[in-house]
Design a protein around this ligand. Structure first.
Ligand code: PGA
Length: 247
């Protein structure tokens, strides 16, 4: 699956142009394997644009409950509005909004119980990478959030090294593949029902480097930030994904 993470970008006008362009670029109207996570305020606009198609529209974050929580969108409100998936624990949420693993776990439980597919984001910092502790760190993030949880079988993990997000730097495809194998093992042994998840890679994915990633067996797709803001490079990434993975 290829997911566009638009972050806090987009206007009603630019979104409309983006959707029309994607429609033209994918002229066979095959929208399977594509997800879009627009800002909350643009969710319904994008959902209407792709009504009756297999394209999934999700959110970049949800809250675990509702009520007296000014500014929040609860998992049950998201579900009621037709949200298909939610990113959870993106490194920007962890860093800018002080989200920790305990909070992310409550969000993941709320997503699952409201029928929303969780896309759990994990990833190490540059310092962690340099100190050689990446695997220990990722394992801790996964176990803190997933232990004791009955995962749904289409649960997804997004491996996004913090140092690769928006920088143009990426790990080598072989190294990502080996981390993804590790993530699948850890999730299988730490979730209550031993589910092996799909694992997406995120961090400076572009139409230029996408092929090198999708050629690796355990890279099941991508979470795309910057390169998803224009329809053209995003459609190229989708086409490359299909060419490589649907062989
Ligand atoms: P990027 O962002 O593709 O711009 O590096 C990815 C993300 O933050 O999900």
């Amino acid at each position: 699956m290829i997911i566009a993470n638009w972050k806090a970008n987009g206007t009603l006008t630019s979104n409309l142009a983006w959707c029309n362009e994607l429609n033209k670029l994918l002229s066979n109207s095959d929208f399977s394997d594509i997800g879009i996570a627009p800002s909350h305020i643009h969710f319904t606009q994008i959902q209407k644009m792709f009504e009756d198609s297999s394209l999934e529209v999700g959110l970049q974050d949800i809250d675990f409950n509702g009520g007296a929580k000014t500014g929040s969108i609860s998992a049950s409100m998201a579900s009621d509005a037709g949200c298909k998936f939610s990113l959870l624990g993106h490194s920007e949420r962890r860093q800018l909004f002080n989200e920790d693993d305990d909070l992310i776990k409550t969000k993941l439980q709320a997503a699952i119980s409201n029928g929303i597919k969780p896309i759990l984001c994990i990833g190490e910092s540059k310092e962690c990478l340099k100190s050689g502790k990446t695997r220990d760190f990722l394992k801790k993030q996964l176990i803190n959030v997933l232990s004791g949880i009955e995962l749904i079988d289409h649960a997804v993990i997004a491996y996004e090294p913090i140092w690769a997000i928006g920088t143009g730097n990426t790990p080598a495809p072989k190294d990502i593949n080996s981390i993804h194998e590790f993530i699948k093992d850890v999730v299988q042994s730490s979730s209550a029902n031993n589910i092996e998840p799909k694992v997406l890679y995120g961090g400076s994915v572009s139409h230029e480097n996408a092929e090198s990633f999708f050629g690796e067996k355990s890279i099941d797709g991508a979470l795309v930030g910057g390169a998803s803001l224009k329809a053209n490079p995003f459609a190229d990434i989708v086409k490359i994904y299909r060419k490589v993975k649907r062989k």
